[in-house]
Design a protein around this ligand. Structure first.
Ligand SMILES: NC(=O)c1ccc[n+]([C@@H]2O[C@H](COP(=O)([O-])OP(=O)(O)OC[C@H]3O[C@@H](n4cnc5c(N)ncnc54)[C@H](OP(=O)(O)O)[C@@H]3O)[C@@H](O)[C@H]2O)c1
Length: 285
């Protein structure tokens, strides 16, 4: 469904390149139909060489040439690039923002048009085509737009459609920020292995592979994690002794608190962004 679409990226850093790579290498989009802009010319040249896409330093050219425009700059730059490209946007185009913490209302307020907007929150695992991505639609986005957005982000992982206002912050706290929690868990397990006498290299490999294997087993078996835990924890055995210690340390409560804190912070940042966008809009008339 994307093959004949003209897709533009404004900002082609880490996440922009991960998406270009996913789209081109999966065959979901044709490289000649993808156009990317960025301020870094060396970065653009590298992306052009690797994926055969069209590049430019002109954001407005991308907005004009594309049917789907993905804004992939840092959130602090989003207001500026939206303003710069706004004259080239109209209702024939689907506009997607991946800027963390910027609500659809803030984006819409900067554009003053009944545009088809979609907000997406991928995560860093997009680099290995395993992002857990949330997609939320603005008032004027159609069912077809949501399908298109899903097709784009399915090329770098798996997608879920959510109601932005109530759930996007929760999503950010769980799977947007979640890779950081898992990296710490892997690092801590490796420390534990080292404490027990394993080499750092072996300990890190074993803890990483254990997390990967556990995730794969959960996905493929479709069993509840509690059921799988029960299968590992035999009566009077080693795993239940470890689980008892995890419960004493409050691992479950700590993770719930972490997701809650990150979701709260996402909301705070979003509220600040909305305020900034509104003030800038007032200043610019
Ligand atoms: N990375 C993640 O794990 C992740 C996860 C979820 C969501 N996101 C969201 O994805 C977006 C991109 O993040 P990222 O990690 O890919 O950031 P990034 O690597 O910094 O990429 C953004 C790119 O935009 C360029 N840029 C700056 N000003 C520009 C302008 N006026 N016009 C065009 N391009 C411009 C930057 O160039 P310079 O570097 O030279 O400024 C950079 O190459 C952010 O909004 C972030 O919230 C990221």
């Amino acid at each position: 469904m994307l093959l004949e679409k003209k897709i533009g990226f404004i900002g082609c850093g880490n996440m922009g390149e991960a998406l270009v790579s996913g789209l081109v290498l999966s065959g979901a989009a044709k490289p000649e139909n993808i156009i990317c802009s960025d301020i870094a010319e060396d970065l653009l040249e590298a992306v052009k060489k690797k994926y055969g896409v069209v590049v430019t330093t002109d954001n407005v050219e991308v907005a004009r040439a594309s049917e789907i425009i993905i804004y992939a700059t840092k959130p602090q730059i989003l207001g500026k690039v939206l303003k710069e490209t706004a004259p080239a946007l109209d209702t024939s185009k689907l506009i997607i923002s991946i800027a963390a913490g910027v609500p659809l209302a803030a984006i819409a307020s900067g554009l003053h048009k009944e545009l088809r907007l979609i907000r997406v929150m991928p995560n860093i695992c997009a680099f290995v085509k395993e992002s857990a991505t949330a997609i939320a639609a603005g008032d004027y986005a159609t069912k077809e737009d949501i399908k298109l957005a899903r097709a784009i982000f399915d090329s770098v992982g798996k997608t879920v459609f959510i109601q932005e206002n109530v759930l996007m912050d929760a999503f950010t706290g769980l799977s947007g920020s979640g890779p950081a929690y898992i990296f710490i868990i892997v690092d801590a397990l490796a420390d534990a292995g080292v404490k027990m006498g394993l080499s750092r290299k072996d300990a890190l490999f074993l803890s990483t592979q254990t997390v990967l294997g556990a995730a794969k087993l959960l996905m493929e078996s479709k069993e509840h994690p509690g059921q799988l835990k029960d299968r590992v924890a035999s009566p009077g055995g080693t795993a239940i002794a470890g689980i008892h210690t995890l419960e004493q340390g409050g691992l479950r409560t700590t993770l719930i608190n972490a997701v809650e804190a990150a979701a709260r912070r996402s909301k705070e940042l979003g509220d600040m962004m909305v305020k900034d966008f509104m003030e800038n809009n007032k200043k610019n008339g």
